[in-house]
Each structure stands twice: as structure tokens, then as C-alpha cells.
Design a protein around this ligand. Structure first.
Ligand code: KIV
Length: 277
């Protein structure tokens, strides 16, 4: 069973943490059986499951619904649920109440929220309620409008310095890990060395303590723009297309369902039925 302490031990021993996103029971179960350390119900579900342009419309109800399904499928992985846009920004009280719902109703082991120094009061209040918090720095998708698009962060000295300072502050506030997204690999290495808590990178190079990918990206299920960091490990998308096309062809030809996929009945009963009707 993966917990906050096992993730910390992994950092200390150099055993790289593997995290993937999942949004449903079946996918979570397969990932869990494969031995992934952690499953994230990312608010990326807004884009890859619900078809929105960004993560901003995702609601607490969306997150709880998908977190419940994933929690039922994950027996060993550490389950982290994203706090959606505006579920923690308004007040510390709302942040604690919404984090509590993801644990109590969703069954998550931890919550994740975006931001640095500006959300430290939320992080410490949630942690004080005995809920582990994963922080998220760098290209934080909920700030897409403030950033003016999905752009790599921390490329100049001042921004890089601010990211290092933010990482230290979120650790002091009690975060148990931090996702580093869309930042230069060498900056992620510095942050990883400075922190005692694990860093989990996405588009942040291989110097982090762990890696996370959106599962649609790593299984070739994403259409449209595919980010540079998103390696496709198996072309499941094209396998699905072939399967669906074969189903349409065979069904129209009536070669499906064959006898192998049909149920039989005693011929005598059929004779009797025909006589009667
Ligand atoms: O929402 C998400 O899937 C995420 C990952 C990209 C880290 O936050």
C-alpha cells in the first residue's frame, strides 16, 4: 500500500515514484494491478473526459464522481484528487471543506492544489485537518488566463527564483509532495535537491523524484495538440479505431455474432415452438 511515508522513503532511497492520471474504475484497476505508485484524478478530466478547452469549468461534483470510481479500482496506489478551480481560492474554510469532501465522499488519500506562497494558508489549514496535500508549481493549468496560454514557466532568473522560493514555502506549509509542471529540467533538479519532500515532474525533465503523465497522452488517445513531454508508450488510440472499424464491418456482414458468440437451444424445443406458433 502506497502512502505519504512510502513516497517519502522512495525519494530518500532514489526509487523513482510513478504516477498516472485515471478517471474511472477500470483504468484505475489496471494501473493498480500494474503497480503504479500513485493515481491522480487530475482536473485534466475536464479536457480529456468532458471535452472542455481547459480545466476551469470542472466542478467539485465532477471531481467527486470520478474520484469515487478511481478509489474503488485502486487498492494499492496512493490516490490523489485535484481540487478544481475556485474550490480553494475563495477562502481557507471553503478549501478545507472541499478537501474534506474529496477524502470523505470521493475516497481519495490526498488532495492536490495549484499555487505557491499565495496558497500556503490553504495548504497548512488542510494539513491541520489531517489531509495530505500535494502542491503543484510551474505551468499550473488553472492559471491559463493569467499566463496567456500554456507556456513553459521559470525560464528567466526572477521567475526561476520565485519558483524555488515557492517550493520551499509550500514544503514549510506542510505539503507532502509537489508536482512540477512545464519548467526547465535543470530548474526542476535544483528544486528537487533543495526539498525534503518528493517532486513529481511532468514536462520537468528526469531529475525529479517521480514522473506523472495524463494517461490519454501516454496511450495515444489524445487528439489535437500533444505536448512535447508526452511520450506515447502504446498506440491504444489506433488499436481502438481498428477494433471499432472491424466491429462495424463484421456486424454489417453478419459474420458477427457467429455461433461462438451465440447461445444454443435444443432443436426439439424449437420444433415444438414452431408447431405452436
Ligand atoms: O490535472 C492533471 O492531470 C494534472 C497533471 C497534469 C499533473 O494536474
Amino acid at each position: 500500500m502506497n502512502t505519504v511515508s512510502t513516497l517519502l522513503q522512495q525519494k530518500q532511497s532514489g526509487d523513482i515514484i510513478t504516477m498516472l492520471t485515471a478517471y474511472d474504475y477500470t483504468t484505475a484497476k489496471i494501473m493498480d494491478e500494474c503497480g503504479v505508485n500513485s493515481i491522480l484524478i487530475g482536473d485534466s478530466l475536464g479536457m480529456v473526459m468532458l471535452g472542455y478547452e481547459n480545466t476551469l469549468p470542472v466542478t467539485m461534483e465532477d471531481m467527486i464522481y470520478h474520484t469515487k470510481a478511481v478509489s474503488r479500482g485502486a487498492k494499492n496506489a496512493f490516490v490523489v484528487a485535484d481540487m478544481p478551480f475556485m474550490s480553494y481560492q475563495v477562502s481557507v474554510q471553503e478549501a478545507v471543506a472541499n478537501a474534506g469532501r474529496l477524502i470523505k465522499e470521493g475516497g481519495a488519500n490526498a488532495v492536490k492544489l495549484e499555487g505557491g506562497a499565495d496558497v500556503c494558508d490553504r495548504i497548512s489549514a488542510i494539513v491541520k485537518s489531517s489531509i495530505p496535500v500535494v502542491a503543484h508549481l510551474g505551468l499550473t493549468p488553472q492559471s491559463v488566463n493569467a499566463f496567456g496560454g500554456f507556456k513553459v514557466q521559470g525560464k528567466d532568473f526572477e521567475h526561476a527564483k520565485k519558483l524555488i522560493a515557492d517550493a520551499i514555502k509550500i514544503q514549510e506549509a506542510g505539503a507532502c509532495a509537489v508536482v512540477l509542471e512545464g519548467i526547465p529540467a535543470k530548474l526542476a533538479e535544483i528544486i528537487t535537491e533543495k526539498l525534503a519532500i518528493p517532486t513529481i515532474g511532468i514536462g520537468a525533465g528526469n531529475g525529479c523524484d517521480g514522473q506523472v503523465l495524463v494517461y490519454q497522452d501516454m496511450l495515444g488517445l489524445t487528439t489535437g495538440h500533444i505536448p512535447k513531454f508526452a511520450k506515447c508508450f502504446a498506440d491504444v488510440g489506433n488499436l481502438m479505431r481498428k477494433g471499432i472499424q472491424d466491429y462495424i464491418t463484421e456486424t454489417k456482414l453478419k459474420s458477427f455474432p457467429s455461433q461462438a458468440h451465440s447461445y444454443s437451444i435444443d432443436d426439439k424445443i424449437i420444433e415444438q415452438l414452431k408447431e405452436e406458433f
